[in-house]
Design a protein around this ligand. Structure first.
Ligand SMILES: O=C(O)CCC(=O)C(=O)O
Ligand SMILES: [Fe+2]
Length: 302
């Protein structure tokens, strides 16, 4: 889907594509958007330099030291698989930031950054923040299209998506090279749905992301398209649309390769005090909503 298409008719055409993609697959790819290729390239380079630091340096800003889930997560620090209890831990390391707010409310607090004097780290923070702001802006554009796709006012989600106190997470990942003897279960990350409202994923050209086609139970790869964003609906938005839009299972099985894979997921979970309940037009006439109302923050804590 080409996002920066301009006039009203083009916007409407985009909104129809969004509706079709989210009612059926829950995933789409965006090209022609507002984040420059130059910034994407600088960002991917910056995260590669960070992950190349010695483990002991990265562990100094371990997420385990943060009361508000920010910082570094070593390989094996997460297990996302929701389909298989015996699955191995995820084969990736990560680094997360969230909006910088005073400690207090759930997930609020300071970020943790690597020391600027470490090799390659002098502009890491500024590049990461520049990227965060750019992809946050893109998520607001996407929420506008989603509003149009649901026949709502274009600005319906503006306040929700732009709230400076909102719950956002920008987590970058490094998937180490996979030796020829690795099995599917020890590569990448397990099958899961995303939790919140909307995810924007930047992936490099290595590949490995797969999406489940539920009706046939088959997995389909999401081919890397240079400069694009994979944009999917999370559980909160599925609930908000009364299950009309789908939060779809996905996973990463890194291809057998001597290459490192880098990606970054930006999650916009929106305004923490917003009460989410079935959107106008999503409950068929004469039916009851499938889910009761829930506050965004309570959905996060669940
Ligand atoms: O790295 C990827 O391609 C996918 C990451 C992902 O699904 C997630 O972080 O929720
Ligand atoms: Fe995900």
């Amino acid at each position: 889907m080409r996002l920066s298409a301009g006039d009203t008719n083009a916007k409407k055409a985009c909104a129809l594509e969004v509706c079709d993609a989210y009612e059926n697959q829950g995933f789409l790819q965006i090209v022609g958007h507002s984040v420059s290729k130059d910034l994407q390239a600088r960002f991917l380079e910056a995260i590669a330099s960070f992950f190349a630091l010695p483990l002991e340096e990265k562990q100094k800003i371990s997420q385990e030291l943060s009361p508000c889930y920010r910082g570094y997560e070593r390989v094996g620090g997460q297990k996302l698989d929701e389909l298989d209890n015996d699955a191995s831990v995820d084969q990736k390391e990560g680094f997360s930031i969230r909006p910088e707010r005073p400690l207090g409310r759930f997930l609020a607090g300071p970020n943790q950054w690597p020391g600027p004097n470490l090799p390659g780290m002098n502009s890491f923070k500024s590049t990461y923040m520049e990227y965060f702001d750019a992809v946050h802006a893109l998520s607001k554009d996407m929420f506008r299209l989603i509003a149009l796709s649901l026949n709502l006012d274009e600005g319906y989600f503006d306040e929700f998506a732009a709230d400076p106190d909102g719950i956002c997470l920008c987590r970058s990942h490094h998937y180490p090279p996979t030796p020829p003897d690795s099995t599917d279960r020890t590569r990448g990350i397990g099958a899961h749905t995303d939790f919140g409202a909307l995810t924007l994923l930047l992936q490099d050209n290595v590949g490995g992301l797969e999406v489940l086609h539920k009706p046939t139970g088959t997995w389909h790869s999401v081919p890397p398209l240079e400069g694009s964003y994979v944009c999917n609906i999370g559980d909160l938005m599925q609930r908000w649309t009364n299950d009309r839009y789908r939060s779809t299972m996905h996973r990463v099985i890194s291809p057998l390769s001597s290459k490192d894979r880098y990606s970054c997921a930006f999650f916009n979970e929106g305004m923490r005090d917003k009460v989410v309940e079935a959107l106008p037009g999503c409950v068929p006439y004469g039916e009851k909503p499938k889910h009761g109302p829930i506050r965004v923050e309570d959905h996060q804590i669940k």
